[in-house]
Structures are given as structure tokens and as C-alpha cells.
Design a protein around this ligand. Sequence first.
Ligand SMILES: [Fe+2]
Length: 196
Amino acid sequence: MLDLTSDLLAHQIDAATGTLSGADASERHLSQLRGCFADQAAFEAALAQGDPLVYSVASVERDSGDGALRFGLGTLYPGRVGQEYYLTKGHYHSWRAAAEVYIGISGAGGLLLETEDGQDGYVPLAAGGIVYVPGHTAHRTVNTGTEPFVYLGVYPAEAGHDYGAIADNNFRQVVVAGPQGPAVLPRAQHLAGLAN
Ligand SMILES: [Fe+2]
């Protein structure tokens, strides 16, 4: 059991800088997202211009064991590769039954969701919003706005991250900038449009 001292149990979000006190941060640059975006040519063209930071995650994973929770602050920067908005790799939980709660802190975007039995979804999320991600559901965050999209995810300590299952096939849907704003469409349809 953790000591009941505020130094260990209290945390502070700074939405302006996308930081979470007491957390271990990791960063993902564009070059680490190879294969995530639909438009390969646009990805290579973007990478030729530089390797920007796309998102960072600051996680508090101090507690473990039955019933324990962990949480992480994601900061996903605004931008696009081709028509597709900046995104996170996305993952299933290794423990498939583990759910997660996402809380919007600042900026605007949404969560692409899908299940292994073929269900797809997209749920917008902005400051003050909450999205419940059920178990057995892969989740990827996208930033559809012009500012950093900052959100907190809370999940069972035992959840684990399975990136491989989604990396092998990628998400079935994409979120792209359309004439009327963000549009969610099947990856295959988007790819067919690029080929024309
Ligand atoms: Fe998760």
C-alpha cells in the first residue's frame, strides 16, 4: 500500500504546458508513427520537412495490484498528415476487459474506437467532457482543433498496453479534414479517394 502522504497522492495538471506533476513523460515524434497515417506519400513528405513532436504522455503508474488505478495526461499537438489529423498510435489493453475513462482538459478532438468483432465508433471530446471507453475496445485520440488537445485517461493498473494488434491492421476508420470540418470515414474509402 502507498503511504498516505500528499506528496505521493496529489497531482496537478498544467493544461497550458501539458504537464502533470509527479509523472513520467514519454514523447512520440512523427517518425515513430510510421504506418499510422493513411497517406504514405504525405507522411514521407512531412517527415522530409522535419520530425515534429506529435504527442506526449505523462503517466502516474505508481500503484499496482488488484483494484489499483493508473492515469496519464496526453498532450496531442495540432497538425495533419495529408488530410488526416494528428493522432496517437492507439491500443487495445492487454487485459482486454479493462475499461478507461477519458476526461477532456483543453483543446478539442475525439476518440476513434473499434472492437475486434467489427464495431466502429468516434466520440468527440473537449474540455470538461468525459468519454467512457468500454473494455475490449481499441482507442486512438485525434486532434481536430488548432490548439494542443490535452486529456486525462484513468485505467486499471493491470490494463497494460497492446499496440501490436492495432499496428498490424491499423484502425478501420480515419478522421480527416473535410470541406465541412472533421469527417470520419472508412480507411478504405479515404484511400480510394487518394488514389483518384
Ligand atoms: Fe488505454
